[in-house]
Design a protein around this ligand. Structure first.
Ligand code: C2E
Ligand code: CA
Ligand code: CA
Ligand code: CA
Length: 279
């Protein structure tokens, strides 16, 4: 038992080394990523649960690093949150997302709302309000076409500061979605204290929904609770018709997932808008 205990400690140390080395490489490469134009956005449609019509698109960042190759957001976003670069990266995303929607409107005459992920550190940065205002102004995008996705972590962070920022942005006509609902702290008490518009049910609940009556019950309660608070719901990671059917039955408002569309290049979204595929 002693020997295997020692063995485990050694393995743990080695895997930590790898993670630390990984994070250092990412940290260094991130510092030059914006300047070297290594980021781009893709957009995943979010559809009406009944008509299938595209109602919005979530902007998702992609990074092709000159030094590291393609790095997934799940690997570099935590590093950027740790070293503070998420503020600058998040601002780039905001500007680029607004500019892209403007280009779609100009080219197709069609309006699609864009949902942008915002990290806690970014929302609480003192320049955030100004940054949102400049992004909207630079693209002359109506604020009603911008939705900000925040996580439960943000809400428990600094309640007063967060309320003030959310209220100021809501007053401009910007809407808010609560991302990854059900994965974090899920202290339901905060839900009615923040005027959020949409609740995104985490993929963890949707995955194998067909096989799990208890998850089906949970999803039905989440949708009912959101409705009682006048919030819309989005189901994340919908991959099968069976899941979509159960979610529609539960009363879920919108769907997002590979069943409908993968994250698409901006040109592919424009092509679809121009072809009038979404009604
Ligand atoms: P998220 O905000 O929960 O985004 C949804 C993720 O689920 C995306 O992964 C998307 O590609 C993936 N997805 C969508 N539909 C399906 C499906 O049907 N099945 C499966 N298996 N996956 C699906 P992605 O693009 O790799 O992003 C991962 C996470 O990185 C995001 O999770 C978000 O937390 C973060 N992220 C991405 N872009 C940004 C950004 O611009 N700013 C910030 N702060 N975070 C971002
Ligand atoms: Ca999101
Ligand atoms: Ca999510
Ligand atoms: Ca998620």
């Amino acid at each position: 038992a002693k020997a295997s205990g020692r063995h485990r400690i050694v393995l743990f140390d080695e895997s930590m080394d790898t993670r630390v080395r990984d994070a250092i490489l990412i940290d260094e490469a991130l510092r030059t990523a914006i300047g070297a134009n290594e980021f781009r956005l893709v957009f995943q449609p979010i559809v009406d649960a009944h008509s299938g019509e595209w109602v919005k698109a979530e902007a998702l960042i992609r990074w092709n690093s000159g030094r590291l190759g393609v790095v997934q957001p799940d690997r570099f976003i935590p590093v950027a949150e740790e070293n503070g670069m998420i503020v600058e990266i998040g601002n780039w995303v905001l500007i680029e997302a607004c500019r892209t929607v403007r280009s779609w409107i100009d080219a197709s005459g069609r309006e699609l709302k864009v949902a942008v992920n915002v990290s806690a550190l970014q929302l609480l940065d003192r320049r955030f309000l100004d940054n949102v205002d400049s992004a909207l102004k630079a693209s002359s995008l109506p604020p009603r076409l911008l939705e900000l996705e925040i996580t439960e972590r943000v809400l428990i962070d600094d309640e007063n500061a967060v309320s003030t920022v959310i209220a100021a942005l809501k007053a401009r006509g910007i809407s808010f979605a609560l991302d990854d609902f059900g994965t974090g702290y899920s202290a339901l008490s905060y839900l009615h204290r923040f005027p959020l518009d949409t609740l995104k049910i985490d993929r963890g609940f949707i995955f194998s929904l067909e096989q799990s009556p208890s998850r089906q019950a949970l999803v039905r309660s989440i949708v009912a609770m959101a409705g009682a608070l006048s919030m819309k719901t989005v189901a994340e990671g919908v991959e099968t018709e069976a899941q979509a059917g159960l979610l529609r039955e539960a009363g879920c408002s919108y769907m997002q997932g590979y069943l409908y569309a993968k994250p698409l290049e901006r040109s592919a979204i424009l092509a679809a808008l121009s072809a009038e595929r979404p009604a």
